[in-house]
Design a protein around this ligand. Structure first.
Ligand code: G3H
Ligand code: ZN
Length: 298
């Protein structure tokens, strides 16, 4: 019902001085968990898929299409965003698949090359109605090394935005990717300074390393899109490793979509369309011996 655009979510938050959360999804379960969390909070959310996740899956389409399906039946507005793309072809693929926004990340290049490449990608995306986020200042941590000392210069940021035409800017203000502790100290004065000189919404990467109070202060100082990945992965992997926890999707499929696997008499084929496995089991005289695990045939 409510697949929306990142531009709509970010621009509403920007106008109202609020933050909007952007969570990284790495598989269907995390898409479902992000959606369930946002529905429980009754807040819109940006679901983002990174180039790393695309590489892991060997392509964007399967996870993207799953995310579109989940978002489309959600009760809250959800947008889909391609995160940290360095491959310009992937940007085009994401837009083809229906992503309303991309982050084109050329922050590892020289300033001049970052500007040139970002401007070219932005023109192509705008021609197709997609919103573009870019990065200036290279938030650390993506190579495994935290680099909280890197900073974005406000004047350079303003010039970069004006020359590239981007819609949102990721800035380096003290956060660092992949932190598992939440003790990063953000430079709120710098956030305010960039907010004053730059006329597009600002994006905080590496938000996992920032405390709740730090995030609130960052939003008050001028941050809009808040990117979180590592904390979700920490929770996800802890749950997977915990033998006491049963497999449980973040947003379990309705019973009508769960198809039991059958043994015994008959061909064991459940009817097509919506059905109740419980009723079906009863009508088959409890011939079902092994229900399908929840992670298959859903
Ligand atoms: O682009 C994604 C984010 O910057 C996430 O960073 O994993 O440190 O939360 P994080
Ligand atoms: Zn990031």
């Amino acid at each position: 019902m409510t697949l929306t655009t990142t531009a709509a979510l970010v621009s509403a938050a920007y106008q109202e001085g609020r933050g909007v959360a952007a969570f990284n999804a790495i598989n269907l379960e995390t898409v479902e968990a992000i959606t369930a969390g946002a529905e429980a909070a009754n807040l819109p959310v940006i679901v983002q898929i990174s180039e790393n996740a695309v590489r892991y899956h060997g392509g964007l389409a399967p996870l993207a299409q799953a995310a579109i399906a989940v978002a489309s039946s959600s009760t809250i507005p959800i947008s889909l965003h391609l995160d940290h793309a360095t491959d310009e072809r992937l940007v085009g693929i994401a837009v083809d698949l229906g992503f309303s926004s991309v982050m084109y990340d050329a922050s590892q290049l020289s300033y001049a090359d970052n500007l040139t490449r970002t401007a070219a990608v932005t023109r192509r995306c705008h021609d197709r109605g997609a919103h573009v986020e870019a990065e200036l200042g290279a938030v650390g941590g993506k190579s495994g090394v935290h680099a909280p000392g890197v900073r974005t210069d406000p004047q350079q940021a303003a010039a970069f935005v004006a020359s590239t035409g981007i819609d949102a800017l990721a800035v380096a203000v003290g956060s660092s990717h992949k932190m598992t502790t939440r003790d990063a100290t953000l430079d709120e004065a710098l956030i305010s300074a960039i907010r004053r000189t730059v006329d597009v919404p600002l994006v905080l990467h590496g938000s996992s390393g920032v405390s709740d109070d730090g995030l609130r202060a960052a939003i008050a100082a001028g941050m809009t899109k808040i990117n979180v990945a590592t904390q979700l992965n920490k929770a996800f992997t802890a749950a997977v490793r915990d033998p006491r926890r049963r497999p449980r999707a973040g947003r379990p499929a309705p019973l009508s979509r769960r198809r039991p696997r059958c043994h015994g008499d008959g061909d064991g084929t459940p009817p097509d369309g919506d059905f109740s496995p419980i009723e079906w089991k009863r009508s088959h005289n409890n011939k079902i011996v092994t229900p399908a695990p929840l992670d298959t045939e859903l």
